[in-house]
Ligand binder design. Structure first.
Ligand code: PHE
Length: 352
């Protein structure tokens, strides 16, 4: 079949028009991007697209004008279909977005989720406060190892082999010579050996004992205090710790001193605090005694000074040891020590 040159593209041209019309219908009918892509492949696919194949027939046309005319027709139709596809795609995108807006109802004015800030555990708060208070009167904070030699934990603080406090019942032993320190007192010896005299240190840190109930944990915190100088007396011990108690608890907090016994101090005392709940009149917190045990202390035993390389003829000192959990519980009114380690944010929130 030959085309009439310059006027018509002949039967092939008409076929191409028909196919293009079909393609345009299919484009309008495409309901989504996938269908639209299928239509493009069907009509404009490289090689065998229904419209594309008309180019193949071009070579068979002997007449150059007819060839050019059919070529132009196929080009024009291809462009028209291609434009229609682009338009339809834009239309479908708008419709899809409108649909999404309607169903997902994104409300940009909705308030964001609240940011939850981390809070410090009361033990950390108390330790910081203790450090601050002793810092005001010239104490520096130092640390020592938690896995400690038996020698430092016991022997050098006057608890020789056979002493009841060494009982495996209370102590976590690592091996024959090492253990998890049962108190911060071994750091007294370490600090004496390192710093000599005079010195004023506090040692906040972890200690371990085989205990677990509402007022005892297997891991807990203590703060050790050590003051060594010439002429240090029990009055210095009392003045220092009363200053601490008034700074940490309340300006009008009352204390009383009771005799006690520790192997590493002589004399030994215990500081009791007028009950923070009933102020001395008696309640369940103080077991109706009106007083709460807060810390153990005393004048450093001469043998301990000597073990630390300090001459007890020239120097004297006092030391104390306080449970930080206990201090935090009394200051922040916490009834069960285990609460401090359960990591319940509802508990942590009101305290800090
Ligand atoms: N180390 C003692 C204890 O854990 C406390 C203490 C320290 C007592 C220093 C006196 C002097 O119970």
């Amino acid at each position: 079949m030959t085309a009439e040159p310059g006027r018509d593209t002949g039967a092939d041209g008409q076929d191409a028009h028909r196919v293009a019309a079909e393609a345009l219908d299919a484009v309008r009918a495409a309901a989504d991007a996938a269908q639209l892509e299928a239509v493009r492949a069907l009509y404009l696919g490289r090689g065998d697209g229904r419209l594309t194949v008309f180019r193949r027939g071009l070579g068979k046309l002997a007449d150059a004008d007819a060839r050019r005319a059919l070529g132009q027709t196929v080009n024009t139709l291809t462009e028209r279909v291609s434009d229609a596809i682009d338009e339809r795609r834009a239309e479908l995108e708008v419709a899809a977005r409108a649909q999404q807006d309607a169903t997902e109802a994104l409300d940009l004015t909705w308030p964001p989720r609240p940011l939850r800030r981390g809070r410090l555990n009361p033990v950390t708060l108390a330790a910081r406060e203790i450090r601050r208070i002793f810092g005001q009167i010239g104490y520096i904070a130092v640390a020592g190892p938690e896995v400690e030699y038996d020698r430092y934990n016991f022997t050098l603080v006057n608890q020789p082999p056979g002493h009841p406090a060494r009982d495996a019942h209370d102590t976590f032993y690592v091996d024959d010579s090492r253990l998890l320190r049962t108190h911060t007192s071994p750091v007294q010896i370490r600090s004496m050996l390192v710093r000599g005299a005079p010195q004023r240190v506090i040692v906040p840190g972890k200690a371990y004992r085989r205990d677990y109930d509402a007022s005892h944990l297997p891991m807990f915190h203590q703060v050790e205090g050590l003051c060594i100088d010439e002429g240090i007396a029990v009055s210095d011990l009392k003045g220092t710790l009363e200053f601490f108690v008034r700074s940490f608890f309340a300006a009008d907090a009352r204390v009383r001193w009771r005799p006690h016994n520790f192997p590493f101090t002589e004399p030994s005392l215990e500081l009791e605090l007028a009950c923070v709940s009933c102020d001395g009149s008696g309640c369940t917190l103080c077991k109706h005694s009106g007083w709460l045990e807060l810390l153990g202390c005393g004048m450093v035993h001469p043998a301990v000074l000597r073990n630390g390389g300090i001459d007890p003829e020239r120097y004297s000192g006092f030391a104390f040891g306080m449970g930080i959990e206990r201090a935090a519980m009394l200051a922040y009114d916490i009834s069960d020590m285990r609460l401090l380690y359960e990591n319940d944010v509802r508990f942590l929130r009101p305290v800090s």
